[in-house]
Design a protein around this ligand. Structure first.
Ligand SMILES: [Zn+2]
Length: 460
C-alpha cells in the first residue's frame, strides 16, 4: 500500500519509500526528564505510536529508538542558563541523578497508561557519553568546531544548507527574541556540542572527563549519536514536536551531516502542540496539565488517547475538560457496544481497506475513527464487526480487547442483582426491575435488555 507522509524536509506529502524493503528505522526525540511531562508532550508519543503500529500492521519490521535526555538540556534551548536537571535537583534538594531516575519512571508509567508500545531501544543520554565524545572528536577533526570560554561550539556557517528543515528567517527571528546572547559565538545559530563544568570549583552531579576538559555534552548531540549507533548514518523517519523545528532538529541534523557527509533521515515528521482552552500550556499560566491530573479527575488515560486521535497530528489540539469528558463518553459507548457482540470471526475487508487508506494518507486518525464508527453502525453480523474493530484497534491502540475482557467479568454481587432482575422481569415487576438496574449502575454495571435476555457490562 502507498503510504503518504508529510515531510518537513521537502515541505510536502510524499510516498514513503523505505531504505530496506519492509523495514522502517524510526527515531523519536524523547523527553527531558526533569519534571512531569504535560499532556502536550505526551500527545506526540501517541501519534508516533500510531505511526509505528500502522507500519507494523502493513507488514513492516520497525526498529524504534527513543532517547531520554538526562543531561545537557539547558534552561534556554540556545545553550544558556542552568542545566534543567541540575536546576530541578537544586530546587528539590536532590541530585540530578535522583531527578532523572524519578522522572524516567514517571514517563515510563505514563506511556504504559496510554498504551504506547515500548521503543526497541530506550537510551539515556548519560549511557552514551563515550560515544558522544567520539562523535565530537570527528566533528573537531573535520574542522566544524571552535572553542569559547564555556564550551566547544559548532560553526553553523560551515554547513551551507544549515537550517533547511525550517525556514531560516524563522530561526533568525527566534534568535532575535532571546534575551541573553553569547558574545563569543561566531554566528547566532551556533550551538554547543560540549560544555565545560563551572570554572569556580563547583562540582556538577553529572560531569565527565573529555579531551577538551571536564564537562558534559550539548543537548542535541545524544540524538545524532544514538540514531547513528542504532539505525545507521541515514535512516528512514525522524519524528518530534514542531517546537524542535527551529533549534533542536536543525542542530541535530547539522551535526550528523557534518560527521557523515550524509542526510541523517529521509523523512522528518512534526506534530503540532496542544493548547488548553485556546491558550498555550505553561506552568506560569496555571494550565499545565499532566496525566496524573487526568487520572485524579476520574478520566481514563485512554480517553485522552482517543481525544488526541480525533485530531490530525499536524493540527493543534485544543484541550478542554469538556472535550475529554466527551471523548470518555465516546469510548464508553464503543465498549458498551462491543461488549455485547459475539466472539470475533471474520474481518470485513471493505472497512479494513477504508481504515488503511485513511491512515496511509498522512496518518488521518480522525478518518480512521470514523471508519470504526461506521463498522459499529453497519448491519453486519456482530462477530465480524468485532473482528474488524479489534483489527483496526491494533493500530489505534485504544486497548478495546482488554476493555471488553475486563468489563465482561462481573462481580458476584452484580451477578446476584442480575439474577434478581431477571426474575423480576419474568414476573413483569417493572418497578423492581428498574430499581435493580439503578443498583447495578451504582456499582458501575450497565444493563441492556436484548432478545436473548439481559446483558451486563462492568464500566468501572
Ligand atoms: Zn532529538
Amino acid at each position: 500500500m502507498k503510504i503518504l507522509l508529510y515531510n518537513s524536509l521537502t515541505k510536502q506529502k510524499e510516498e514513503f519509500k523505505p531504505i530496506e524493503k519492509n523495514k522502517v528505522g524510526l527515531y523519536t526525540c524523547g523527553p527531558t526528564v526533569y519534571d512531569y511531562p504535560h499532556i502536550g508532550n505526551l500527545l506526540a508519543y501517541i501519534f508516533w505510536d500510531v505511526l509505528k503500529r500502522f507500519f507494523l500492521s502493513q507488514g513492516y519490521k520497525v526498529k524504534h529508538v527513543m532517547n531520554l535526555t538526562d543531561v545537557g538540556h539547558l534552561v534556554s534551548d540556545a545553550d544558556e542558563g542552568e542545566d534543567k536537571l541540575a536546576k530541578a535537583g537544586r530546587e528539590s534538594g536532590r541530585t540530578a541523578w535522583q531527578v532523572a531516575d524519578f522522572f524516567i519512571k514517571v514517563f515510563k508509567r505514563n506511556i504504559k497508561d496510554l498504551n504506547i508500545l515500548k521503543p526497541t531501544h530506550f537510551l539515556r543520554a548519560t549511557e552514551t557519553i563515550q560515544e558522544q565524545i567520539d562523535f565530537v572528536s570527528v566533528l573537531e577533526e573535520k574542522g566544524f568546531l571552535y572553542q569559547t570560554s564555556d564550551g566547544l561550539y559548532f560553526d553553523t556557517s560551515k554547513l551551507p544548507d544549515y537550517g533547511k528543515l525550517a525556514n531560516l528567517s524563522q530561526i533568525k527571528l527566534q534568535e532575535g527574541a532571546r534575551v541573553a546572547k553569547n558574545p563569543e559565538k561566531k554566528n547566532p545559530t551556533d550551538f554547543a556540542v560540549w560544555k565545560f563544568s563551572p570554572k569556580d570549583g563547583r562540582k556538577r552531579d553529572m560531569e565527565w572527563d573529555s579531551p577538551w576538559g571536564v564537562g558534559f555534552p550539548g543537548w542535541h548531540l545524544e540524538c545524532s549519536v544514538m540514531s547513528q549507533m542504532m539505525l545507521g548514518d541515514t535512516f528512514d523517519i525522524h519524528t518530534g514536536g514542531i517546537d524542535h523545528l527551529t533549534v533542536h532538529h536543525p542542530n541535530e541534523m547539522a551535526q550528523s551531516e557534518a560527521a557523515t557527509g550524509k542526510l541523517q533521515a529521509n523523512y522528518w515528521l512534526h506534530n503540532a502542540f496542544n493548547k488548553v482552552d485556546g491558550h498555550k500550556m505553561a506552568k506560569s499560566a496555571g494550565n499545565f496539565i499532566i496525566l496524573e491530573d487526568i487520572k485524579k479527575k476520574g478520566y481514563w488515560p485512554l480517553a485522552y488517547r482517543l481525544l488526541v486521535l480525533q485530531n490530525h497530528y499536524r493540527q493543534p489540539l485544543n484541550f478542554t475538560w469538556l472535550a475529554l469528558e466527551a471523548a470518555q463518553q465516546s469510548l464508553k459507548n464503543i465498549i458498551r457496544e462491543i461488549a455485547f457482540y459475539d466472539e470475533p470471526k471474520k474481518v470485513i475487508a471493505e472497512f479494513a481497506e477504508k481504515f488503511d487508506a485513511a491512515l496511509a494518507d498522512d496518518l488521518n486518525t480522525a478518518k480512521g475513527l470514523a471508519v470504526l464508527q461506521a463498522v459499529i453502525d453497519s448491519d453486519k453480523p456482530t462477530a465480524d464487526k468485532l473482528a474488524t474493530i479489534l483489527k483496526i484497534d491494533e493500530v489505534l491502540g485504544l486497548n478495546l480487547k482488554e476493555f471488553r475482557k475486563n468489563f465482561l467479568s462481573l462481580s458476584s454481587q452484580a451477578k446476584k442483582l442480575l439474577k434478581q432482575r431477571s426474575a423480576a422481569r419474568e414476573k413483569k415487576d417493572w418497578d423492581l426491575s428498574d430499581d435493580l438496574r439503578e443498583q447495578l449502575n451504582k456499582i458501575g454495571v450497565e444493563v441492556q435488555d436484548t432478545t436473548q435476555g439481559q446483558k451486563a457490562v462492568q464500566m468501572k
